[in-house]
Design a binder for this molecule. Structure first.
Ligand code: MCN
Length: 797
């Protein structure tokens, strides 16, 4: 019997190669390439008066220097707004090289190409840029006060204001028996992939083709951008995402200035050119996320049932808005979590500041929304003196209410409708997993030991698998190997394994015989990209559909060859065989050979290759009127709307009463991403997300001074959690399959990060009795809060 692969915790096929150090990351490529160093703005806001490159010209090994003035044609235009929105009335994006003005520290002003990176850096240092410094706008309040403008023609610094909602939130809050109003703050952080951005390009003058490798989450879009800006036919541009040392959202932005400039210079110079970002550049010239101030007004009844919710957000978008309004829109909608809110209003202002631009980072607006909603529920529970799980359960949407529609528009412009989930069952699982009811004894034991112990939880719902589409191609080779390709790229999510599992099931072949290629426009041209936890839903289903086409073709071919009805045949163990009579079978490789009119086969017994152009049975043409040659199929999956995963985290912390040192002693996750393709991979995704959630909750912040200088732009000063700070995580799954797609899957890639700040804040609050309204929270901030609370007579512990 063939074992089903979807659902099996098979080890990742890609790991042995990576563990042996055989990965090929961007900087492993292009050893003979010229290398690039960028001249970047040291000022947050300044007018460029003059650029004097003469000092660089006598550096040995210098190949070229370019500034905005050297750029031709379409390269002189600002980069695109990737996701426009009607509310985005004042979009601003950067030029590939600054034109007249710089708007954040790190903005690219000139590019130097030299025979190696060291020489390029030497030459870059000798370029003198004369700036006239302008007042810097830093932080939400300063931007909102609008004493100075980031962009001269947008005096209020507002890129967009958007209000959404349903019902009558202000009226319901006004009339509610209980009301609370408060402010919540989340700091800026950023994806910190081990490998920064990078691009290498080579122009083939004979073929008139450009080949580029980019450390990107979206190679097809990079290719489209480069082809368009360099005025090349798409067919002459290939873009390949090699192994990628993490993306976490930042690498969906495209094209980066360097991603256009490097291919441009490769063509101009007729020589390979390469750019690899260093860590400082990643801090200041890639993108950030999270920074948001949120005001909540909530009205509720004596049971803690929410009657009305009114939310205002100030979103700091940094100097430019390449990715549109996705982050605040996601917060505005996803904030509602698993709760039946009947009256809701949310308004956000998206503000320009003279800081590094903001685009989605794993979680993309959801951690902020989850923090807002879950802190609200905790405050309601505290106000009423009720158990926090009870108040949550009181507000849950029930499983029999699915699909549950809110009258909102989601980030993809489609309805905001939850397709599946069983929140009461998830909560029951979480309480059991973390032994919620036994916590009092653990707290007492910790207290006896002189430590403060607290428990917190947070719930979330996550829209995943946004459209519009992905595609898949599946090909059975005469060797028996099955080649699979999809256009989106992989940054460590294990797609090679998970997608192979899907194909192995559909075609009844060995997992080891399935080889998956992602992110290579030579293999699959059409794709959207890897973000919004969409690959399993989008490419997973597209590949499933493509494999089904191959299966249908194999059944047809075998039915003709065996003279058996298709309904009496099955695919298993690498054969098409007669159901109930497995000895009557044709191997798939033979069918692959038969389906190819110019067949080339290797006869193992004769130990020789043969090529023959006539069909085995000359009376039957191998390709009929309705058939296409090759045992292969391509298909696309395009969903009606997003599917919604969900989950709940519980955290226990211990606090040192003297130093306020915070230690996470227990972390439990219950997660529902529908049908699990590979539980081990999903578990790994959850672990990774939790690590980033812990970072956001306890360590990571971008510390800007009032002149817009990022004062902690290195790993000496910007803390990310190491293995020593990441807790062990207990994970349990609930599988409520999505009715929206054939595999029943929902996404999992961001789940771990979303509720981190909310759950950890709740646990710290529970341990210390002080109200937590801002994250991240380190021991010094906690200590200050505890001293304040003691002075005000609030602290219980
Ligand atoms: N999966 C599964 N069963 C499901 C859902 C998912 O087995 N029901 C598997 C998928 O097959 C895939 C993995 O879990 O192998 C993640 O799937 P999915 O949720 O579709 O997410 P994506 O593959 O689209 O990855 C994107 C997501 C995002 S948005 C960020 S950011 C992120 C993340 O994944 N960046 C990552 N995980 C990352 N992991 C690594 N190592 N590096 C990154 O940069």
């Amino acid at each position: 019997m063939t074992t089903r692969m979807v659902g099996a915790p098979v080890p990742r096929k890609e790991d042995p190669r990576l563990l042996r150090g055989e990965g090929r990351f961007l900087d492993d490529l292009g050893h003979d390439a010229y290398e690039v160093a960028m001249v970047r703005s040291p000022h947050a806001h300044a007018r460029i008066r003059d650029i004097d490159v003469s000092g660089a010209l006598d550096v040995d090994g210098l190949v070229a220097v370019i500034t905005y003035e050297d750029l031709p044609g379409r390269l002189r235009a600002p980069l695109p707004v990737l996701i426009p929105h009607p509310a985005l009335t004042a979009p601003r994006t950067q030029y590939v090289l600054a034109k007249d003005e710089v708007n954040h520290v790190g903005e690219a002003v000139a590019m130097v190409v030299a025979t190696d990176r060291y020489l390029a850096e030497d030459a870059a240092e000798r370029i003198v840029v004369e700036y006239e410094e302008l007042p810097a706008v830093v932080g939400h309040e300063v931007a909102k006060a609008a004493e100075h403008a980031v962009h001269e023609d947008i005096p209020d610094n507002v890129a967009a204001t958007l209000t959404q909602g349903f019902g009558d939130a202000p009226g319901r809050i006004e009339a509610a028996p209980h009301r609370l109003s408060f402010r919540l703050d989340i700091e800026r952080s950023a994806s910190m992939p081990m490998e920064g951005r990078g691009v290498w390009a080579r122009w083939d003058a004979d073929d008139q083709r450009l080949r580029m490798y980019s450390s990107t989450q979206t190679p097809t879009s990079v290719r489209a951008a480069v082809a368009t800006l360099l005025e090349l036919p798409f067919a002459q541009v290939e873009c390949i995402a090699p192994d990628i040392g993490g993306g976490f959202g930042v690498k969906i932005v495209h094209p980066w200035p360097e991603e256009v400039l490097v291919p441009f210079m490769a063509r101009e110079l007729g020589h390979e050119v390469k750019f690899t970002e260093d860590r400082y550049e990643h801090f200041v010239s890639a993108t950030h996320e999270r920074g948001q101030v949120q005001w909540i007004d909530v009205g509720f009844d004596d049971d803690g049932r929410i009657l009305g919710l009114d939310v205002r957000l100030l979103h700091d978008h940094g100097a430019y808005i390449p990715y549109g309004l996705i982050v605040p829109i996601v917060t505005s909608t996803q904030l509602l979590g698993p709760y039946r809110i009947t009256d809701y209003r949310v308004t956000f202002d998206s503000l320009y500041t003279n800081t590094t631009p903001v685009t989605p980072y794993r979680g993309a607006g959801r951690p902020q929304g989850c923090f807002a909603m879950e802190r609200t529920i905790d405050r309601i529970a505290a106000h009423l003196g009720k158990d926090r799980t009870e108040v949550r359960a009181r507000n849950f949407i029930q499983p029999d209410e699915m699909p549950y529609a809110f009258d909102l528009m989601f980030q993809d412009g489609r309805d905001y409708t939850y397709d599946s989930g069983d929140f009461p069952a998830s909560l029951a699982k979480l309480k059991a997993l973390v032994d919620w009811d036994g916590f009092a004894a653990r707290r007492a034991a910790a207290e006896a030991d002189g430590r403060l112990r607290g428990i917190g939880l947070a719930c979330y719902v996550e829209g995943t698998g946004v459209g519009p589409y992905e595609g898949g191609h599946v090909l059975v080779e005469p060797s028996g190997k099955v080649q699979v390709a999809t256009g989106l790229s992989t940054q460590g999510q294990g797609h090679q394994t998970a997608f192979a599992q899907v194909v192995a099931d559909e075609l009844g072949v060995d997992l080891q015989d399935v080889e998956v290629v992602t992110g290579d426009t030579r293999r699959f041209q059409y794709a959207v990209g890897t973000f919004a936890s969409r690959a399993a839903v989008m490419s997973g289903n597209a590949i499933h559909l493509a494999a089904r086409k191959v299966k249908e073709k194999a059944l047809k071919l075998a039915s003709e060859a065996l003279e058996v009805d298709e309904e009496d045949l099955e695919l298993a163990e690498g054969h098409v065989r007669v159901i109930g009579s497995p000895d009557t079978a044709i191997p798939l490789p033979l069918l692959a050979t038969m389906s190819n009119p110019l067949r080339y086969a290797f006869d193992e017994q004769a130990a020789q290759a043969t090529q023959f152009a006539t069909p085995a049975d000359p009376s039957k043409p191998p390709v009929g009127d309705d058939d296409e040659p090759g045992l292969e199929g391509t298909d696309y999956y395009s969903p009606v709307r997003s599917t919604f995963a969900n989950g709940m985290h519980a955290v226990e912390v211990e606090i040192d009463p003297d130093t306020s040192d915070i230690r996470i002693v227990r972390y439990a996750v219950v997660h529902d991403c529908g049908t699990l393709i590979n539980p081990t991979i999903v578990q790994g995704q959850v672990f990774g997300g939790v690590a980033q959630g812990v970072g956001g909750a306890l360590y990571e912040r971008m510390v800007y001074d009032e002149r817009g200088q990022l004062t902690n732009a290195s790993f000496m000063d910007f803390l990310i959690p190491y293995a020593t700070e990441v807790p062990a995580v207990d994970v349990d799954h609930l599988e409520t399959p999505s009715p929206l797609n054939p595999l029943g899957v929902k996404g999992a890639g961001e789940a771990g990060v979303i509720p981190g700040s909310a759950a950890i804040a709740a646990a710290i609050e529970d341990a210390t009795g002080v109200t937590i309204s801002a994250m991240p929270l380190g021991p010094s901030e906690l200590h200050a809060l505890r001293l304040e609370a003691t002075a005000a007579g609030e602290e219980g512990a």
